[in-house]
Ligand binder design. Structure first.
Ligand code: SF4
Length: 378
């Protein structure tokens, strides 16, 4: 694909924005915009939002604190499709940084006409990150996103070849920095130059690049052919346990319990002790090979699996572990209420179980070690 060069003819109408910039909210993305604003260029930040990153509520903060205009851009569905099989693999955790950048830049290019802008900006710094900011990777991202002639990386401009925007004089290359490497000294000096005193993190925060959330996401990727945003959102709620394709989220407090109630879908089950205080548990089933199990329980969970889940969830109630509903000795059965469906369609049944942390199904928490092993195999 051949990119059209920026329109710099003398009589071209004044564009509303000269450039669109990827704005994660991290320091580098802010600085990339500031160095262009300093040249009198108008830059609109594109704040991409996915189930894993994005702080759409910060648009006002960026405007007031840094003088940067931005809009939110939601790419949830496209992002999930990419995350299942990123062409260039994952980084340290579940972060598909190369494909992520390609996706955002490819999308940003389509927005140029809408905002009358002629080029794209990103805050990448040559050599700053091992996977996505090596020279060869920066070139690959530019090429695969089809933005070879349209993308300016102002922070490392002096270390990279001149772009058409610099060659045409639209951007004054001599006033762009040449930052490279993993240090932060130059960025902090530049931040001081712009009077930025509230220093955000370098990247802006991405759960895919963090060990604990990435471990929680793995079973979803392994068990679901087409995971949805709501699945990843649920993985942040309460304690997480999996047994094959069965998934239990167990509330740790009232806030979690209320959030689980809100998160439930008609096909989910909600578990709670009938007579004792204890957590709410939400069960979601993903058993693609087995499909639904008609007739085995009113909730489409096989009866033995449902009883196992109830016993396990009940074990998170201290009262249930130490007494029965009638106040008798430990180890006596308790009654769990099982709810499925919503409103008039809701089915409520009762199951008698003995609370047990060790059950035949062996519910396990997602662990970072499993993620490392899965990445080695895949
Ligand atoms: S850290 Fe997250 S948001 Fe940033 S490039 Fe990597 S995957 Fe994308």
């Amino acid at each position: 694909m051949h990119d059209a060069p920026p329109d710099t003819t003398p009589n071209a109408p004044e564009p509303k924005y000269h450039a669109l910039a990827l704005l994660s909210g991290g320091l580098d993305s802010l600085l990339a915009i500031k160095v262009l604003q300093e040249q009198g260029l108008r830059v609109l930040g594109l704040h991409y939002v996915s189930p894993f990153f994005g702080k759409p509520q910060l648009l006002g903060h960026w405007r007031e604190e840094y003088g940067i205009e931005a809009v939110n851009v939601d790419v949830r569905r496209e992002y999930l499709d990419m995350l299942v099989r990123p062409a260039h693999g994952y980084g340290k955790h579940l972060n598909p940084c190369v494909d992520c950048k390609i996706l955002m830049l490819t999308h940003a290019k389509t927005l140029l006409p809408k905002y009358g802008a002629s080029f794209l900006v990103s805050g990448e710094v040559l050599g700053q990150r091992p996977m996505s900011q090596r020279a060869d990777t920066l070139n690959l991202i530019r090429k695969d996103a089809g933005v070879k002639e349209l993308l300016l990386r102002p922070l490392s401009a002096q270390k990279l070849g001149p772009t058409p925007m610099e060659e045409s004089g639209l951007v004054d290359r001599s006033r762009l920095p040449g930052i490279w490497g993993r240090g932060r000294k130059d960025q902090l000096a530049l931040a001081a130059h712009f009077g930025i005193t509230t220093i955000p993190t370098p990247g802006g925060g991405c759960n895919l690049a963090e060990a604990e959330p990435a471990a929680r996401y793995l079973p979803i990727l392994k068990n679901l052919a087409e995971p949805a945003s709501r699945d990843f959102s649920l993985s942040h709620l309460g304690r997480q346990y999996w047994a094959g394709g069965y998934w239990l989220s167990i509330g740790r407090n009232q806030h979690d319990n209320a959030a689980l109630e809100t998160a439930r879908r008609p096909t989910d089950i909600l578990l709670r002790l009938r007579d004792l205080p204890g957590p709410m548990a939400l069960g979601r089933q993903y058993e693609p090979a087995a499909g639904v199990h008609p007739g085995q329980s009113p909730h489409n969970w096989p009866a033995d699996v449902l009883a196992d889940a109830c016993a396990f969830a009940a074990s998170y109630s201290p009262k249930a572990r130490t007494q029965s509903a009638e106040g008798a000795e430990a180890g006596r059965p308790v009654i769990m209420l099982v709810r499925q469906g919503k409103g008039e369609a809701e089915i409520v049944t009762e199951i008698s179980v003995t609370p047990a942390r060790q059950t035949p199904l062996g519910w396990t928490e997602p662990k970072s070690a499993a993620l490392a092993a899965w990445k080695r195999r895949s």
